[in-house]
Design a protein around this ligand. Structure first.
Ligand SMILES: CC(C)(COP(=O)(O)OP(=O)(O)OC[C@H]1O[C@@H](n2cnc3c(N)ncnc32)[C@H](O)[C@@H]1OP(=O)(O)O)[C@@H](O)C(=O)NCCC(=O)NCCS
Length: 150
């Protein structure tokens, strides 16, 4: 593997980021309901979006949100979306992306990074737990809220 790098989401890489593929059955986990409800608009001032590159290839995407005025605490420092191309999953790219977002949250003075996931056989729970997120509660829709101490 070449060295993994982060690039800001931009006109030059957004097509590749949108073309990242998923494994069968993963689609339903990509945007838990709570996120869609909270995010009618993604504010560029509070949104942190990066693609992960491996050499010339875009292999992943990660998005965080840091909205100090969010109604619920978890939305003040949250992993909003992460996905790694189907063919590149299991190579540590997701871990790299989570660590990058955790570094960003730390740099913004946050004590915790939150994430919300839906449970399910093909869902990301094992990945988030492996990444250090601990389940701390549930949303009104029954999704799990996880927190990573920074
Ligand atoms: C979740 C996701 C980002 C993980 O990315 P990844 O690059 O495959 O993860 P990594 O290679 O860094 O894996 C880190 C650890 O988590 C484990 N892991 C990852 N996915 C797993 C799964 N589905 N089940 C069990 N363990 C899993 C790995 O085995 C690894 O453990 P190890 O360190 O003991 O070897 C990727 O599977 C994905 O894009 N899924 C579809 C989109 C999605 O569900 N996103 C989350 C909601 S927004």
């Amino acid at each position: 593997m070449a060295e993994l790098r982060l690039e800001e989401l931009s006109a030059s890489n957004i097509v590749a980021a949108n073309a990242l593929s998923l494994k069968p059955g993963q689609e339903q986990f990509i945007t838990p309901v709570s996120y869609s409800a909270a995010a009618a608009v993604n504010d560029p001032a509070t949104t942190w979006q990066r693609v992960v590159t491996d050499g010339d290839d875009v292999v992943g995407f990660v998005m965080g949100s840091f909205d100090a005025n969010a109604e619920h605490e978890e939305f003040t420092s949250i992993l909003w979306r992460i996905n790694v191309d189907a063919d590149d999953q299991g190579r540590g790219i997701g871990t790299f992306a989570v660590q990058a977002l955790a570094d960003e949250a730390r740099a913004r003075g946050k004590a915790r990074l939150f994430v919300i996931w839906e449970q399910g056989e093909l869902g990301p729970e094992a990945f988030f737990v492996r990444s250090g997120f601990k389940p701390i509660g549930e949303t009104q829709y029954g999704e799990t809220i996880g927190a990573l101490d920074l």
